[in-house]
Design a binder for this molecule. Structure first.
Ligand SMILES: *Cc1c(COP(=O)(O)O)cnc(C)c1O
Length: 355
């Protein structure tokens, strides 16, 4: 079997460092917040080139906290992409605001800056692009605050908008041993507001100056992430090298012209390597039968999700995103993926199209 992710293989060579981090937390008796979280925030901010990092309980809660800090609520609109994980739009809708889905770029599958600007109205409180699959998205040039969903793109360059939400869900490029996230920003007032909101708006303790939530990062996750963060550049280099190898293998194989590879970018961190494949579902079944795991990110563009049915966006309203949903296929690209596995994956894809 060639798995899509291999967390055990990633952990094995650094197991002693991770075990030591866990032991440190157990011995400290501090399990929420505290010095491990503060140290991780400092190290993460330095790594990401941001002035501030605020740890959160997940990437979802990082998005939610940023939008809460911007006072996004009922009557407001946030322009975003329909071609993303649910949390992007879910964070908007949970605050009573309207997610306004705009079309994506056909090459990168990220929110098209021109379409995003065209979708703005006087009610638009923010624009929320996603650096999908680790590819840095082009951002619109506007006075409207830009909140970046960087859940898949840690290491792909500095924060360019007002703030960025990152996820450290176990399968992300920097994965915790459970849920974890962070907000990155250069704005000290915004960082302070998010730190307030993540702890029920209490300052000092039991004096609530804002309505926040429990968006706190666990000390155990912070300590494990501190052990893993120094390895992220090497893991990213491995992902990029795998992408280069895939490109060489695909170039040498006989494949239909409609099979498209993802566009490259100097800062791409290849959270996923997503091809556009004719007869995608048949190809996926062929690869599964050959022991190769793949995934479809995302089979349903969010404007077609039943929970957003009230927005009234019919089939055909965002055709680029809809076509992508029918064609995308993510191939394994985790750092420990062996050369023989990459060769076998492309060989099996070529075999499928030969028939
Ligand atoms: C993973 C992810 C999130 C949510 O992060 P969690 O840590 O799982 O809450 C949000 N947006 C995108 C694009 C993601 O891939």
């Amino acid at each position: 079997m060639i798995p899509l992710f291999d967390m055990a293989a990633e952990l094995a060579p650094i197991r002693a460092e991770v075990d030591a981090a866990i032991r440190r937390v157990l011995d400290s008796g501090v399990f929420v917040g505290g010095p491990e979280v503060a140290a991780f925030e400092t190290e993460l901010a330095a790594f990401a080139g941001a002035r501030h990092a605020v740890g959160t309980s997940s990437g979802t809660d990082a998005l939610l906290a940023i939008l809460m800090a911007l006072d996004v609520g009922p009557g407001d609109e946030v322009v975003t992409t329909p071609f993303t994980f649910f949390a992007t739009a879910g964070a908007i809708a949970r605050l009573g605001a309207r997610p306004v889905f705009a079309e994506v770029d056909d090459a990168t599958l990220a929110l098209d800056p021109a379409a995003a600007l065209a979708a703005c109205t006087p009610r638009t409180k923010a624009i929320l692009p996603v650096h999908l699959f680790g590819h840095p998205a082009a951002l619109p040039v506007t006075e409207i605050p830009i909140v970046e969903d960087a859940a898949q793109s840690l290491g792909a360059g500095p924060v360019r908008g007002l703030a960025a939400a990152i996820s450290m869900f176990p399968t992300k490029n920097l994965g915790a041993l459970g849920d974890a996230g962070a907000v990155l920003t250069d704005d000290p007032a915004l960082a302070d507001r998010i730190a307030l909101l993540r702890n029920h708006g209490a300052r000092p303790k039991y004096h609530h100056v804002a309505i926040g939530g429990n968006f706190r990062l666990d000390a155990l996750q912070a300590a494990v992430l501190r052990a893993k963060l120094p390895h992220l550049p090497a893991w990213t280099r491995a992902r990029r090298a795998h992408a280069d190898h895939y490109r060489a293998l695909f170039a040498a194989a006989r494949l239909p012209a409609e099979l498209r590879l993802p566009p490259d970018h100097p800062a791409h961190v290849y959270h996923q390597f997503v091809i556009r494949a004719p007869r995608r579902d048949e190809l996926r079944a062929h690869l599964a039968a050959a022991g190769i795991a793949t995934e479809v990110y995302y089979p349903e563009p969010l404007h077609r999700a039943p929970c957003f049915g009230a927005l009234g966006l019919r089939v055909g309203s965002l055709p680029v995103a809809e076509r992508a949903s029918a064609e995308v296929l993510a191939l394994p690209i985790h750092p420990a993926l062996a050369e023989a596995a990459r060769t076998e994956i492309v060989r099996q894809i070529a075999r499928f199209y030969e028939r």
